[in-house]
Each structure stands twice: as structure tokens, then as C-alpha cells.
Ligand binder design. Structure first.
Ligand SMILES: Nc1ncnc2c1ncn2[C@@H]1O[C@H](COP(=O)(O)OP(=O)(O)OP(=O)(O)O)[C@@H](O)[C@H]1O
Ligand SMILES: [Zn+2]
Length: 671
């Protein structure tokens, strides 16, 4: 029998609305299914979020949906609720959250690619060999696993384990128990960077050879992404590994969430829907009433504070897992006394030489890619500014380019100073390429490898590069934050940190927390295996002008708790997060004054008590890609009060109809 129904559908549009469409077909669709329809003149796929009998729109004005994607099972109401929460909390339309979370192939008018993926998915996979052996857990690991698997319902815990303490093994063995007791259970494991997925995928696939492991990250081709998303959505994949976007995957039987390196800033999306995957994971776990594990050697202060207040349970792994492995010895090299030559102090050179002689690996960490951050003319003071951004063009010597790391603008390297014609223009400062070049001069026979965003542009090249390190084909590895975390290098006994001081004096109140985490992480790459007979004691050398700085002192003693305690005390005193809640309204325009004027207008709208409205200020990177940018900080001691205010405020802001670009970020991390 034919029946009429009104389908309420959300679409990927900036309009904060649900659209009514008519259904006149036979089998009534279900909430959570996807429907093809015409919107204006375009064909679009939308998500059915509700159904009703009547619409406020007259019958003859209502359009019918064209078809419903019967081949896709509906997404769950919990998934729609997750997207609704994210939309609500981060102040975006539901359609802009839910639809981009679905692969494009599920949202096109033709279903060829989708059908192909579904067919591929249905082919059964062969079982691949015997599972890898699980090592005997140490007492601390065992306790952590027990706690995770014994948890009843929502149970957030922090797995606070020093670098190399075997957090991965805890994840693997907790996963094994959760999967064993529930034949359909799915587990979601998040990592901060794409380049950490192959290693983790390897571990999980080896331990669970009979299970399908799905991987979700932004570096996948559309066909691949569709296949893995479908594996997760249909429940076929029991293990789902991914970067932040995987938190929005459709997972019908999710029973455990693990977030590795939970402190990592890359869990925060910095454009569009500016969500925190970690915070959404907590919400999702509570909604589904399941355990969630946050793992880190350097937890975020927010998370640490939750363990102090008792909201999260702290599970500690105080020692390295490999019995004879110890945390590396830290040495602060005062560069006022031991003057660097080409960026490298004599102490570091001699430590490197020792490793080379013993056939051990070293890692040099410098969080700045390119050859030099700027080139300058000695005669007239000209510097290579980006004309479109308030930033310098970075010298990329091998490619003969000056490149802006903010807007990607490029120039050929000028032969002489563009202002005065002086032919002696020089690079100032150092990036990874320059260190690589100099190092090769110091050690002509050493196998040196640089891993950073420039050296790994091609798909698969980062993984290939890391494999050469694991196979021992590299003596000295140079890299940015890409090499600093997660990797389990077995033969590495020296880490050199070059020029980390900048962050000590940054205006960003989180800079110290980030620097400490980065340095602890990168230090943690050394000494992960037992010291060999006649081998070196593992060490970390930090080249600094401020060896007395308290941050370095805490680092030297591997004392995260002390560092966290001091930071939290400072934050509390200064009224900073996690002791206050923030949102940031950003505006950009041709001229700064226009952006500021809009923000000022916004700040003068009705502001209730309990909301602290600051003055608009230029952003620290004021100009970017020819736009001038300003920001307005809003704070409150109450999260609900801030949320309620933002909702109202946004409605008013929209009525101002500013002719500039603006965006709102809740819980901003970069201020
Ligand atoms: N119980 C155990 N017995 C022996 N070796 C173990 C045990 N648990 C883990 N390991 C080994 O210890 C090493 C470090 O483990 P893993 O990489 O998981 O550390 P991690 O805590 O994730 O470190 P990081 O935070 O630095 O990434 C690995 O080589 C792992 O195989
Ligand atoms: Zn630029």
C-alpha cells in the first residue's frame, strides 16, 4: 500500500535547518537512511533524521525524495545523537557535521562506486596465519588491563605510562578480552598522526589475524575510504584505527575507545567543524556507557586535572616495559659555553660520533622544516617576507624556492637583494634541511635521513622512510615532530634537540605545555631496548641558552607530575583553562579595521552576567593569504552558561549579516 510520509532530512549546507521532503513510495524508509533528492537545482544526498505525518509546508510545495539508498543500512540513532551533540556544542549545522563524516561515494547521485565497494566488502577474507605472541605483562600493565576490562559502563581512565612503558601492549590485551567476550564488539583506537597508523595496524593485525581491521584517516583515496568506512559501519571491522576524523565513524557495536597520545594537539580540528576528537570520544563513551582509555606519557593538563578531581581514574605504568631498558639520561648543553658550529655543539657532535662508532642510531629533533626560516640582506636589512602573510618565506634550497608555510606562496630564490641589488643575501637560522647538509659534512660516511613533511610528500613515503630506520639502514635520523612520537626505534641511543628555546617565551599560554610534551616524547625514542654489551648509555642532549629554566629542569628529572602541578597552579591563578571555559570568535577581512569593527559590534551585543567578553585584538599571525585577521575571546566559569550564551549570540551575529568571513571556535587551543 502506498502511504505518504514527511521525511525530515539534513543536508550538507550552512543552513541550520532540517528540510521536509515527501515520501510516497512503498516501503517506508527508516531514520538513519540516506536519501537522494533535489535541493534547488542540485541533486544531493541527505540523512533522514526524523519522520512525521504533517509538514508546515503546503503539500504542493513539498518535493519528493528521489530514492532511498537501500543498500546502506541506516546509521544508528546514537550516531545521529553524536553528530547532533557535536553540531550543538561546536555551533554548526547538523548537516555540516553528519554528511561530511560519510564517504563521498555514499553521497553521490550515482551509486556505482558504492555498489562496487559493497561487493568488495562482501568477499570473505582469508585468515592470515597465527596470532603474534603476547608478552607476559608486568604488574602495572596487568593492573591497567584488568581495570579496563572490569569497568562496568562509562569509565574514563588515563593510562599514564612513561615513554616505552608498553601502552600498546595494554591496548592489545584489553582489546583481546573485550573482543573475546562479545562476538560483535568493535573497538576504536585513535592515534594523533597518519604516519603512526601503519605501525599500530601492523601490531593489531598481527595479534588478531582473523579480524578485519579498518583504518580511517584523511590521507586515503576515496575508494579505500569508502571500503574501510563500510567495514566499520556494517560491523564487519571489529577494530577501527584512525586519526581524529575516525571519532565520527559509524560504529554500530562500539564497546571500547582508546585514544593514544591523548595530549596531542592534532586531535583538535582547526577548520570547519573545530572539534576535539578526544572530547567527543569522552562524550561518545558516556552516551554508549562504555569505557574509554586516554593514553599518554605527558597528559594534557585538562586530563590530568580530571584525574586529580577524580573524574578519571589514573592507571600508571611507571617503568619501561622492556625489563632492562631505562629512561635516557638528560643533558642540558649550554650553548653560551659550548658554541654551536653550524647548529651543532661539540658535545652533540662527539655524542653522535660515539653512536656511529658503536653502530647505534641517533635522532636529531628540530621542529622547523626547510633550509632556513628566512633569508636576509646584510646591506639594507631586506628580509624575505611573504607579501600575503605576516610571516617569512622559508628557504627551500634544494627546490630553489622561497615558500610560505602558511599560504604556500612560492618564489624563486632571488640572486641578489630585491631592494638594493646586493648579491650577498644569506640564510638566517636553521631548518631540518640545513642541519642535514651540515651533518653530512661532519660525517661524510654516515647514512643520514631526514623525515619531515617535505621529504614525505608522496603517498607511502613516510612509512617507507620509517621502515628504513627500523631496518637499521639509517645512522642519523633528522626530523620534525613527525619523528618525535610513538615510534618504537630499537637501536636508538641518542636524541639531540636543536634550538627548542623559542617556545619558552611564546605568548601562547599553552606553549610550555606543548614544548614539555614534545621534548618528553622525542626523548622517549631513546633507550627503548636494553643497553647492549659495550653499547652506549642512552642520552638526550638539549642545546639551550636557558639551562636553568624550570621547564628544562622538570624535563631533566622526567618529572611530568611536578611540571603539571606547577602549570596547573599558574593556570588557576591566572584564570586560564582548565579553570575557565573559552570560545573564540575570529574574523577576517581585507583590512584589519573591518574585522575589528565587526568583532567590536559582536562584543557589544547583549552580554549576560557570567560571560566575560574581552576586547578584540589582531591575531598573532595577523595577515594570512591577504586577509587581515582579528579575534575576540569569550570566557565563562560555567560551561553550560557559555554554551547557552553562544547559541543566542550566534543568532544575533547572523542578523548582523557581516560581509566578512568569521568563525567561532569552542575550546580553542591556539589563542
Ligand atoms: N610486558 C612486556 N614485556 C616485554 N616487552 C614489552 C612488554 N610490553 C611492551 N613491551 C615492549 O616494549 C616496547 C615499548 O612499548 P610501546 O611502544 O607500547 O610503548 P609506549 O608506552 O606506547 O611508548 P611511547 O609512549 O613512547 O610511544 C615495545 O617494543 C614493546 O614490544
Ligand atoms: Zn604567505
Amino acid at each position: 500500500m502506498q502511504s505518504e510520509k514527511i521525511l525530515q532530512i539534513v543536508l550538507d549546507t550552512p543552513l541550520e535547518r532540517v528540510f521536509d521532503y515527501l515520501w510516497t513510495g512503498e516501503e517506508t524508509p527508516q531514520v538513519g537512511q540516506f536519501a537522494l533528492l533535489t535541493f534547488g537545482r542540485r541533486e544531493m544526498v541527505g540523512l533522514i533524521v526524523a519522520m512525521k505525518q504533517n509538514s508546515d509546508i503546503p503539500r504542493d510545495k513539498l518535493k519528493s525524495v528521489l530514492t532511498v539508498r537501500q543498500q546502506l543500512s541506516p546509521v544508528s540513532s546514537e550516531w545521529i545523537a553524536l553528530c547532533s551533540f557535536a553540531a550543538d556544542y561546536y555551533q554548526r549545522p547538523l548537516g555540516e557535521v553528519a554528511l561530511p563524516a560519510i564517504p563521498k561515494n555514499c553521497r553521490t547521485s550515482k551509486t556505482t562506486a558504492l555498489d562496487k565497494a559493497l561487493k568488495k566488502l562482501s568477499l570473505s577474507l582469508e585468515v592470515k596465519g597465527e596470532p603474534s605472541e603476547s608478552p607476559q605483562l608486568n604488574a602495572a600493565q596487568q593492573n591497567a588491563v584488568q581495570h579496563i576490562v572490569d569497568a562496568k559502563g562509562y569509565a574514563p581512565s588515563l593510562l599514564y605510562g612513561v615513554t616505552g612503558s608498553g601502552k600498546t601492549e595494554v591496548y592489545l590485551q584489553a582489546a583481546a578480552q573485550v573482543l573475546a567476550r562479545d562476538a560483535s564488539a568493535q573497538i576504536l583506537i585513535l592515534v594523533p598522526e597518519i604516519n603512526l597508523t601503519p605501525q599500530l595496524q601492523g601490531h593489531f593485525q598481527a595479534r588478531f589475524p582473523e579480524l578485519t581491521v579498518a583504518v580511517l584517516h584523511s590521507g586515503m583515496a576515496e575508494g579505500e575510504r569508502t571500503l574501510h568506512w563500510l567495514a566499520a559501519h556494517t560491523g564487519k571491522a571489529r577494530l577501527i584505527l584512525g586519526t581524529r576524523l575516525a571519532i565520527l565513524a559509524s560504529l554500530p557495536a562500539l564497546k571500547l575507545i582508546i585514544i593514544d597520545e591523548e595530549h596531542d594537539p592534532s586531535y583538535k580540528q582547526q577548520e570547519g567543524l573545530r572539534y576535539s576528537a578526544r572530547d567527543l570520544a569522552i562524550w561518545r563513551a558516556r552516551q554508549l556507557n562504555i569505557p574509554v582509555v586516554l593514553g599518554s606519557a605527558t597528559p594534557s593538563l585538562e586530563t590530568w586535572q580530571h584525574t586529580i578531581s577524580g573524574r578519571y581514574v589514573k592507571l600508571s605504568l611507571p617503568d619501561r616495559a622492556v625489563a632492562a631498558a631505562v629512561l635516557p639520561k638528560m643533558r642540558l648543553i649550554d650553548i653560551a659555553k659550548d658554541r654551536p658550529q653550524e647548529g651543532l655543539t661539540a658535545s652533540l657532535i662527539s655524542a653522535l660520533k660515539q653512536r656511529l662508532d658503536k653502530g647505534e642510531q641517533s635522532l636529531l629533533y628540530l621542529n622547523r622544516r626547510g633550509y632556513a626560516p628566512v633569508i636576509a640582506c646584510d646591506a639594507c636589512g631586506w628580509m624575505s617576507n611573504c607579501t600575503r602573510c605576516s610571516a617569512f618565506l622559508v628557504l627551500h634550497k634544494q627546490e630553489h624556492k622561497l615558500r610560505c608555510h602558511h599560504c604556500s606562496f612560492e618564489l624563486r630564490i632571488p640572486k641578489s637583494c630585491p631592494t638594493c641589488g646586493n648579491s650577498d643575501i644569506q640564510p638566517l637560522g636553521r631548518g631540518t634541511q640545513r642541519i642535514e647538509e651540515n651533518l653530512q659534512k661532519f660525517f661524510p660516511d654516515a647514512k643520514i635521513r631526514r623525515i619531515d613533511a617535505d621529504s614525505t610528500r608522496l603517498k607511502g613515503s613516510a612509512q617507507a622512510a620509517f621502515e628504513t630506520v627500523h631496518r637499521g639502514e639509517v645512522d642519523i635520523l633528522i626530523g620534525t615532530q613527525m619523528v618525535a612520537k610513538g615510534h618504537d626505534f630499537k637501536n636508538l641511543t641518542l636524541v639531540g634537540v636543536i634550538n627548542p628555546d623559542n617556545a619558552l617565551f611564546s605568548q601562547d599560554y599553552r606553549a610550555g605545555e606543548r614544548l614539555f610534551a614534545q621534548l618528553m616524547q622525542v626523548s622517549g625514542r631513546a633507550g627503548r631496548a636494553a643497553q647492549k654489551e659495550g653499547g652506549s648509555v642512552s642520552e638526550v642532549l638539549v642545546q639551550t641558552r636557558y639551562p636553568q629554566h624550570p621547564l628544562y629542569h622538570a624535563l631533566k628529572t622526567h618529572d611530568y607530575p611536578r611540571f603539571a602541578k606547577e602549570c596547573l597552579a599558574e593556570r588557576q591563578q591566572a584564570g586560564l583553562p582548565p579553570f575557565i571555559f573559552q570560545a573564540l570568535l575570529r574574523a577576517e577581512a581585507k583590512e584589519l579595521q573591518i574585522a575589528i569593527a565587526f568583532l567590536r559590534q559582536a562584543a557589544e551585543l547583549n552580554v549576560p552576567e557570567g560571560i566575560i567578553m574581552h576586547d578584540p585584538i589582531p591575531m598573532s599571525l595577523m595577515k594570512m593569504a591577504n586577509s587581515e585577521r582579528a579575534q575576540l575571546l569569550i570566557e565563562s566559569h560555567s560551561r553550560p552558561a557559555l554554551q547557552a550564551f553562544l547559541k543566542e549570540w550566534l543568532l544575533q551575529l547572523r542578523t548582523l549579516k557581516p560581509r566578512i568571513t568569521w568563525s567561532l571556535e569552542v575550546d580553542p587551543v591556539d589563542i
